[in-house]
Write a protein that binds this ligand. Structure first.
Ligand code: PSU
Ligand code: MN
Length: 307
């Protein structure tokens, strides 16, 4: 066996939480560096951490800073990361290169799941997951987030998938991969800015304890991978599906016109939609991430009681 070590650093708060066996919730960092503009990104990240603390758990924002894997960021580190212009966007494929070359990178859902699982963290809150892009039948653009959900044992709480994705195909791929897609408190799979997608979720659970038990049951069955929890945006923050549809088509068409491909697609669409909705999409985005953080904390607390 190799002696190779990953340079890993927990925040002071995460180290204490581990020592005391307290529930921890992982948070991704691509949403900070590639998903939202400064300074709202830093404000959002701080607010979400505070929401997790208020709900009785400890936040662990995950990122690679100068080749060191951080499980939890100190406030100054978070502030600096939110202003880095050239952070790498790290998915499963990029994580090792970033660590090996001493660079700085922000973790997507896939990379955050990998790091959380290594750190023994079973719950992770984000905004929306990556998925099968519209036109995937020609572009082959399918996010590595989907395969990761089938591989790493982490509960991912998201507000569903954005309609910049092909949601029916995304659900089909998740089914093929054997990932439980669980709508929280409603029958429909939510569509990020909107509570409804027009599609029923394959599974529904109404309380965090049931989500925790089903996670433990998968492990007892010897099944790898995690669970995707679709948590609808609160009604007061929602933007209706009909209102978002033309905005999304406009952004998707512009991406095609400019020849945007690969990793650049999701950040381009998010930025364009922000401009088109004059910032309204950002307010909704922040609201739903906070809502997901609260549910993730409740699941982490329930898992702590069932361990
Ligand atoms: N969807 C969002 N906001 C985001 C992302 C997705 O609503 O910030 C980010 C997440 O980090 C997600 C990544 O894991 O984009 C997916 O990128 P790709 O499609 O390139 O796999
Ligand atoms: Mn992609």
């Amino acid at each position: 066996m190799s002696e190779f070590q990953i340079d890993t650093r927990p925040s002071v708060e995460v180290a204490q939480a581990r020592a005391n066996g307290r529930p921890i919730v992982a948070l991704e960092s691509t949403i900070i560096t590639h998903g939202m503009p400064w300074p709202q990104n830093a404000e959002m990240a701080r607010q979400v951490e505070a929401d997790i603390r208020a709900a009785g758990a400890v936040p662990a924002t995950i990122a690679v800073i100068s080749g060191v894997l951080h499980i939890g960021l100190e406030d100054l580190e978070l502030d600096a990361l939110a202003q880095v212009k050239d952070a790498m966007k790290l998915s499963r494929a990029d994580l090792a290169v970033c660590l090996a070359t001493g660079r700085t990178g922000a973790t997507t859902v896939a990379a955050t799941m990998i790091c959380a699982a290594r750190a023994g963290i079973e719950v992770f809150a984000t905004g929306g997951i990556g998925g099968v892009h519209q036109g995937a039948e020609t572009s082959f653009d399918i996010s590595a987030d989907l395969h990761e959900l089938a591989t790493s044992p982490v509960n991912v709480v998201a507000a569903g998938a954005k309609a910049i994705l092909d949601i029916p195909k995304t659900l089909e791929v998740l089914e093929t991969l054997g990932v439980p897609v669980i709508a929280y408190g409603q029958d429909e799979f939510p569509a990020f800015w909107s509570r409804e997608s027009g599609l029923k979720a394959p599974l529904r659970l109404d309380d965090p304890a049931a989500i925790a038990r089903s996670f433990r049951m998968r492990r007892a069955l010897g099944l790898p991978g995690g669970q995707l929890i679709g948590n609808p945006v609160p009604p007061e923050a929602e933007i209706a599906r009909a209102q978002m549809a033309p905005v999304i088509s406009d952004a998707t068409a512009e991406a095609a016109r400019q020849g945007i491909t690969g990793k650049a697609v999701t950040p381009f669409l998010l930025g364009h939609i922000l401009t088109l909705t004059q910032g309204r999409s950002l307010a909704t985005n922040i609201n739903l991430v906070r809502n997901n953080a609260r549910l993730a904390a409740a699941i982490a607390c329930a898992l702590g009681q069932s361990a």
